[in-house]
Design a protein around this ligand. Structure first.
Ligand SMILES: *[C@@H]1O[C@H](CO)[C@@H](O)[C@H](O)[C@H]1NC(C)=O
Ligand SMILES: *[C@@H]1O[C@H](CO)[C@@H](O)[C@H](O)[C@H]1NC(C)=O
Ligand SMILES: *[C@@H]1O[C@H](CO)[C@@H](O)[C@H](O)[C@H]1NC(C)=O
Ligand SMILES: *[C@@H]1O[C@H](CO)[C@@H](O)[C@H](O)[C@H]1NC(C)=O
Ligand SMILES: *[C@@H]1O[C@H](CO)[C@@H](O)[C@H](O)[C@H]1NC(C)=O
Ligand SMILES: *[C@@H]1O[C@H](CO)[C@@H](O)[C@H](O)[C@H]1NC(C)=O
Ligand SMILES: *[C@@H]1O[C@H](CO)[C@@H](O)[C@H](O)[C@H]1NC(C)=O
Length: 723
């Protein structure tokens, strides 16, 4: 009987490039040629193992009454693929006489007889063994005549790598081949792990890698893997805290502590999960359970912690801060700070002692030229203070902020130093503080100026309606008089597309005037066409100096397309730059809430034009004014209605009032359109009217018509706040 085995030890030789051919001579002088060639052609490529099997007499005819057996082996992790390249065996029913039988572990994979030429398609007739072995049995019966011409068979085989990784999950609850990553290799496979894990000795399980750290700082923090999440299974983590021998380590476990314990008759035990604390020369302590061990003074400079979990159970983990102490490490006496105090005062300062520095009142902490809020320093493990001592420096405040339209004076103290007092004032008599008086600020211990008034928003408010000079006598209206300097400082001369108009200053950026002078053919004029002059009474100088309009706002309900509707004849001009008030430019006050227009109340109307005898406007050299009386509304209404019988005239509304003199006169309707009608009351002038329209007021019983400003306080206020 022939039995051929491809020796397994050859496998070990694959790693060195090898070409091997075996030829074995058989005892019956006929020989079986079995060649096995193996080569490891390239790293990571499949080894090629193949061979050929055929009957000894092949290609001559075979003999009767023979039985030959071939055992084919390839290395573990491979399968055998057998291809019959030639078959010529006497055919019999069920191959019961002569046959070639292929087996794997007693299992018949195929039994062959008859004739076939499959040399052209060797793979077509191939047989794949389930494992790494295959047995071939060639048997001939004695009924085979001696001189038959059948030639037997010839076959080739080769080793085929098994891809273990792609094998389906056994589905029987057993572990997969690799717990994380499976890599197929020729003849085998290997398992690898994701980063942060390492392969267990079983070569199949991936374990969390704890990092096995050594802590040599004097304080630090440790926690279980994935803390505060549950700990991974099969942990074996080691942590070593090791500092110089003169220090001792204290562990401070946080409240959140849980390591699985097992209840036994002797009480809870750390059987499967535990954290073991080991210090040299002492019994290790095993920790588990749900209660934090709290503070654990180890009295040792080296502590080893071993955290263990197995593949069952659940531990929520632990975390701890450790610190170190030493009775041997001392820091030098910290010294003194001029104008300050170092606390606490001790006879000796040990490692981890803290000192604090505070300054006397009026001084503050300075370190490296920077202000600091507080100072503390620890005595370090090297016997040195963590930080050098700071200085205490006299507190000073920043330069006090300047005040627009005001100023400040130092009442006491060295400039800006702690305790200094500054007093702010507004530039009187043109500006004042809302609360009146002056406001003082003191440089306080926090380095900030603090006021004695809580609500001291430092703003200077302009004084309105109080000219520095008054028109000497009340003139009952004679021809329009020239106004002396600074007596009507709110009057504004407007020059719009060649037309003269008037207005009045009511705030540092706002001019009040009539709407009709700012419209032309029903359209708003451009703000660039509005020239604004003020502060002077000489018209030639005035026209050479301008302020500029930033925006124009006519009353939204003013609508006068045909010159027959002067209702709501009021407008505001916003200036590009704020005015600084002085004796020649001052605002007029707005009417008080609910101001009344009493009949015969005296109004001052100012302007730069007068009407000549033919009712033409003539530009005068100097500002002119006239005193007029407020006319009863009914009287005026009667007068207007009388005139409307013969002329197309606008109607009188409650947003208008009339002023004039009962006898009439050439200047009684004096004043540029848009100019103010000012009323003096309680020592102040307020803006009662705006020159709007009029009919031939030289005659008795006709009057000038003025916009009633008191009706527009809300609109003025709203416009000034929003625009
Ligand atoms: C021989 O070849 C025929 C056709 O090619 C095929 O059907 C038959 O299975 C083959 N027999 C063997 C023993 O290979
Ligand atoms: C089989 O192949 C041999 C040689 O390759 C040839 O002589 C013979 O005729 C073939 N037989 C058949 C049945 O094809
Ligand atoms: C331990 O840690 C807790 C919380 O972090 C802390 O309040 C406590 O002061 C620490 N104890 C010691 C002795 O350091
Ligand atoms: C450390 O020393 C203190 C006092 O000497 C002792 O009470 C404590 O039990 C010791 N701790 C350990 C873990 O040995
Ligand atoms: C406010 O201060 C100014 C300038 O220092 C001073 O002239 C004026 O009298 C002070 N007014 C009051 C009310 O204290
Ligand atoms: C008032 O201010 C205006 C504009 O700043 C200036 O031209 C004028 O000379 C000042 N008048 C006085 C009296 O200071
Ligand atoms: C303007 O409105 C504000 C707030 O609405 C108010 O405090 C102020 O007194 C008003 N001024 C006038 C002049 O109406």
């Amino acid at each position: 009987m022939l039995k051929m085995i491809v020796p397994l030890c050859l496998y070990q030789l694959w790693t060195i490039a090898l070409v091997l051919t075996l030829q074995m001579f058989m005892h019956n002088a006929r020989f079986l040629c079995l060649s096995v060639r193996g080569s490891w052609q390239q790293l990571n490529s499949e080894p090629v193992i193949h061979g050929e099997v055929h009957f000894p007499q092949y290609p001559g005819p075979y003999l009767p009454n023979q039985k030959k057996e071939w055992d084919l082996w390839v290395p573990e992790g491979y399968q055998i693929q057998l291809s019959l390249t030639h078959l010529d065996i006497k055919a019999s029913s069920g191959c019961s006489q002569d046959s070639l039988t292929v087996l794997h572990d007693q299992e018949v994979l195929g039994s062959f007889c008859g004739q076939n030429n499959s040399t052209d398609h060797p793979d077509k007739e191939s047989i794949l063994s389930p494992g790494n072995r295959l047995t071939l049995i060639f048997q001939t019966s004695d009924s085979t005549p001696e001189l038959q011409q059948h030639t037997g068979f010839s076959a080739t085989y080769k080793a085929i790598d098994i891809d273990e990784c792609s094998k389906p999950d056994p589905g029987d609850g057993s572990y997969p081949l690799c717990s994380q990553i499976c890599i197929n290799t020729p003849g085998s496979y290997t398992c690898t792990c994701h980063s942060g894990y390492k392969l267990h000795l079983d070569q199949h399980t991936c374990l969390f890698s704890c990092g096995d750290c050594i802590f040599d700082k004097h304080e630090g923090h440790l926690s279980s893997p994935w803390y505060p999440g549950p700990s991974p299974p099969i942990l074996s983590c080691k942590y070593i805290i090791s500092v110089e021998p003169k220090f001792t380590v204290t562990l401070n476990f946080s409240e959140n502590f849980h390591i699985e314990s097992v209840d036994t008759q002797q009480g809870p035990r750390c059987l499967h999960h535990w954290l073991q604390v080991t210090t040299p020369g002492r019994e290790p302590i095993k920790l588990c359970g749900g209660k934090s061990p709290g503070v654990l003074a180890t009295n040792s400079s080296t502590v080893r912690l071993d955290y263990h979990t197995d593949n069952e159970g659940l531990s929520h983990g632990w975390s701890l801060d450790y610190s170190t102490y030493s009775e041997e490490v001392k820091c030098p006496f910290p010294g003194n700070v001029a104008k300050g105090r170092v606390t606490p005062t001790l006879t000796e300062y040990f490692y981890r002692d803290y000192i604090h520095v505070t300054c006397k009142r009026g001084y503050r902490l300075i370190m490296d030229g920077q202000k600091i809020r507080w100072f503390s320093a620890m005595c370090q493990s090297d016997g040195q203070w963590q930080l050098p001592l700071p200085e205490c420096q006299l507190i000073d405040c920043e330069e006090p902020k300047p005040l627009l339209n005001g100023g400040l004076t130092f009442l006491s103290g060295v400039k800006n130093q702690y305790g200094s007092v500054v007093q702010y004032h507004c530039n009187e008599p043109f500006y004042f503080f809302p609360g009146g008086g002056n406001v003082s600020f003191t440089c306080k211990a926090d380095g900030k100026w603090r006021s004695n008034h809580n609500d001291a928003t430092l703003t200077c408010i302009p004084v309105c309606g109080k000219p520095r000079k008054l028109i000497p006598t009340y003139q009952r209206t004679v021809g329009g008089s020239e106004g002396p300097d600074n007596t009507i400082p709110w009057h504004v001369l407007l020059y719009i597309n060649g037309q003269i108009g008037g207005g009045m200053v009511i705030a540092d950026r706002w001019i009040l005037t009539a709407a009709h002078i700012l419209t032309h053919d029903g359209n708003l004029v451009s703000k660039d066409d509005v020239q604004i002059s003020m502060g002077l009474i000489d018209v030639h100088t005035l026209l050479g100096s301008h302020a500029y309009a930033a925006s124009i706002h006519i009353h939204p309900e003013y609508n006068n397309p045909n010159g027959l509707d002067y209702n709501n004849d009021i407008a505001l001009i916003k200036l590009q730059d704020a005015i600084t008030f002085n004796s020649s430019i001052m605002p007029i006050c707005l009417p008080a809430e609910g101001a009344t227009y009493v009949t015969d109340m005296i109004g001052l109307v100012s302007g730069f034009t007068i009407r000549d005898t033919d009712n033409y406007r003539i530009l005068t050299d100097n500002i002119k004014y006239v005193h007029l009386l407020v006319v009863e509304q009914e009287t005026c209404s009667t007068s207007v209605n009388e005139l409307r019988k013969t002329k197309d005239l606008p109607s009188l509304t409650n947003n208008m009032f009339c002023a004039g003199v009962p006898d009439g006169g050439k200047d009684s309707c004096h004043g540029d359109r848009g100019s103010p009608l000012s009323v003096r009351d309680g020592g102040r002038f307020w803006a009662a009217g705006i020159v709007s329209w009029g009919v031939d007021c030289r005659h008795r019983g006709t009057y000038g018509i003025y916009t009633r400003v008191a009706n527009y306080l809300d609109w003025i206020n709203k416009t000034m706040q929003e625009k």
